[in-house]
Design a binder for this molecule. Structure first.
Ligand code: SF4
Ligand code: SF4
Length: 157
């Protein structure tokens, strides 16, 4: 997948991102896309079959016919309000791993979007902003490292 300088920048920001665990996104995100890889991760996490995951934890996606969506979102059924965290953190879906700076729809966008509802997103951007010129021109080695990181985050198949 050809990436542009802002894609590389968003990958860097996402890698640097430090969630403040305010819980906002886990309580309002809907739909939460579920890709085939997410189904496999959940099956392994709960030690159940793929069919059981699909039946128990997903619904048809409201706008993407090829995808499923997490059943019981907004608030997410896996959000632990007491701990302010995710109860399936290791097996959380790809869109949660890529939030807030990366998602399949953002690749190719020119610029970086700051999310007003996410208190950590502006801080992440501020941390990285002073090195913007350097970060927008990564050398070949850094590009490979970032592409690898993106592939790891976005495993969808
Ligand atoms: S799966 Fe976890 S990280 Fe994703 S929305 Fe639900 S609680 Fe949040
Ligand atoms: S809105 Fe931002 S800071 Fe709050 S839980 Fe979500 S990612 Fe973390």
């Amino acid at each position: 997948m050809p990436l542009d300088p802002y894609d590389y920048l968003r990958i860097q920001i996402q890698m640097d991102f430090q969630c403040q665990r305010c819980g906002h996104c886990c309580q309002v995100a809907d739909p939460i896309d579920i890709y085939p890889k997410d189904v496999r991760r959940l099956a392994s996490f709960f030690n159940i079959s793929l069919e059981e995951v699909i039946k128990e934890y997903t619904i048809p996606h409201p706008s993407e016919p090829d995808l499923r969506a997490l059943k019981d979102a907004a608030p997410c059924r896996f959000y632990d309000a007491e701990q302010k965290g995710c109860r399936i953190y290791k097996a959380r879906p790809m869109v949660c791993r890529c939030s807030p700076f990366l998602s399949p729809g953002q690749i190719g966008l020119q610029g970086v979007e700051i999310y007003e509802d996410c208190p950590a997103s502006e801080k992440s951007y501020t941390r990285i902003k002073r090195d913007l010129d350097i970060l927008l021109a990564p050398n070949a080695k850094t590009q490979r490292k970032l592409e690898k990181a993106l592939a790891k985050m976005m495993q969808i198949e």
